[in-house]
Design a protein around this ligand. Structure first.
Ligand SMILES: [Cu+2]
Length: 327
């Protein structure tokens, strides 16, 4: 008697806790679940789809686990049937092969569709903006080749404009991630990767490295400030007027392992990003053709020749990810 009296409030408490957990699942603190741009939204659809598909397996499995443990428990007088010869059941084989095949097919179809879609810039009339990103120990350098300004640990973008982030690393590989705008993409020495993102609401969004790179890694956070095109243009003018230039010597100092705050630069050495990529092999993601010329005025052909020993015989505009840098 006493036992059942104790169990009821416990059950109510557990149910209340579960409900609270489910209801709070979409609070603003869950950045990935609150996208503010087309890329993040597309990826949220995939997260929801895969969660639902996974639940088709997880819920019956957990329910069966509980049922079977209870039904076949060792108890005097248990009348559960003993049927050891069911291993050739056609029905069961179809169920446990068929359901996963259908789930993987649906998941594969939609993941593939989204992946190919997100390689292209978000569809809009606005002219894209290019920002070159270099991960350093332990800070992020952002260069605006079109505006000729640079920043450290923060980046401003215009709302409603697709931003082409070109990514490399001049330090151990890292990963560029702005959860509310879209998924991460790796930054790797000697490689240039590309990630399209777009914000459709003004705001300040959290960004962080997503690949551990040593003791200063915890400080590799940055802010993405999305503003109107007009505010963005004003900001560029302000940086040009009020900030020091980033010199090559300044960059060499910046890339030394250190934890720094934010910084702005009125200019940066021409071609610095591409020189960084070429210094360790010069591999570009397919479709990235604007990255072949650098500070020394070297042409693409010259670069191809000087670094041919490092190209593993691969074509420069092919998928060059299978060289020495494995993951
Ligand atoms: Cu790689």
């Amino acid at each position: 008697m006493k036992r059942t009296q104790l169990r009821k409030p416990n059950r109510v408490l557990a149910l209340a806790a579960l409900t609270a957990l489910l209801v709070s699942g979409c609070g603003p603190e869950y950045l990935v679940l609150n996208p503010v741009g087309p890329v993040g939204r597309e990826e949220l659809h995939l997260i929801v789809l895969s969660t639902v598909l996974v639940l088709i397996v997880v819920i019956p499995v957990l329910a069966l686990l509980v049922y079977i443990v209870w039904r076949y428990r060792d108890k005097p007088g248990n009348t559960a049937p003993y049927t050891p010869k069911w291993s050739e059941s056609k029905v069961l084989e179809v169920v446990w092969w068929g359901i996963p095949i259908v789930i993987v097919a649906i998941l594969g179809f939609y993941t593939g569709k989204s992946t190919f879609k997100l390689v292209e810039p978000p569809p809009t009339d606005a002219k894209p903006l290019t920002i070159q990103v270099t991960s350093l120990d332990w800070k992020w350098l952002f260069q605006y080749p079109g505006q000729n300004v640079a920043t450290v640990n923060y980046v401003e973008i215009p709302v409603g404009v697709p931003v082409q982030f070109e990514l490399t690393s001049d330090a151990p590989m890292n990963s560029f991630w702005v959860p509310q705008l879209g998924g991460q993409e790796y930054t790797m020495p000697g490689m240039a990767m590309r990630l399209w993102l777009e914000a459709d609401q003004p705001g300040t969004y959290y960004g962080h490295g997503a690949n551990f790179t040593g003791k200063g890694f915890a400080h590799m956070d940055f802010k993405v400030k999305a503003v109107s095109q007009q505010e963005f243009d004003q900001w560029v003018q302000q940086v040009k007027a009020n900030s020091p230039a980033l010199t090559l010597a300044g960059y060499q100092q910046l890339k030394q392992p250190s934890v720094v705050g934010t910084a702005s630069y009125s200019s940066f050495p021409q071609g610095l990003f591409n020189d960084t990529v070429w210094a360790d092999g010069g591999r570009y993601m397919p479709g990235m053709t604007d990255g072949m010329e650098g500070m020394n005025g070297q042409t693409a052909d010259a670069r191809k020749q000087t670094s041919s020993s490092d190209m593993h015989g691969m074509q420069m505009d092919g998928m060059q990810m299978s060289g020495k840098q494995g993951h």
